[in-house]
Write a protein that binds this ligand. Structure first.
Ligand SMILES: [Zn+2]
Length: 133
């Protein structure tokens, strides 16, 4: 059991293994097919760690595919491999932390910034709604 060392090393549990060069097949796939979250999710069919790691859904949304080995996940954009997930990990956050210049990460960030902006606009406009007379 590794529970004793859990809290002390929690922040570094999600280790960057290496920038594993993808095989030609993965690279070719990643260019087209795996650009959609649902396609990436389909690589998690053998993901048996839903209780000890973030969900396959969360990982695929964050840009990862499952490599089919242990709990190694790989980004389809920057090809970084992350493993040793624990449930407390936020796949988006870990992706950004280990690969801040990843194109996928940057796109996700601007997407969420846009979402926040539009929700601000929305709450402003509802504030300005005149009361019923
Ligand atoms: Zn990436």
């Amino acid at each position: 059991m590794e529970i004793a060392s859990f809290s002390a090393t929690q922040s570094v549990m999600c280790n960057k293994l290496s920038k594993v060069g993808p095989t030609g097949a993965v690279r070719a796939l990643s260019q087209v097919v795996l650009r959609t979250a649902s396609a990436r999710l389909s690589t998690f069919q053998r993901w048996e760690r839903s209780l000890s790691s973030p969900s396959a859904q969360a990982l695929s949304t964050a840009g990862f595919i499952y490599r089919g080995v242990a709990d190694q996940t790989q980004c389809i954009s920057c090809f970084i491999v992350l493993s040793r997930w624990i449930p407390e990990h936020d796949p988006d956050f870990e992706h950004r932390r280990h690969s801040p210049t990843c194109e996928f990460v940057l796109n996700r960030q601007s997407e969420s910034a846009n979402r926040m902006q539009s929700s601000h606009v929305h709450s402003f406009s509802s504030l300005r709604t005149p009361p019923d007379l």
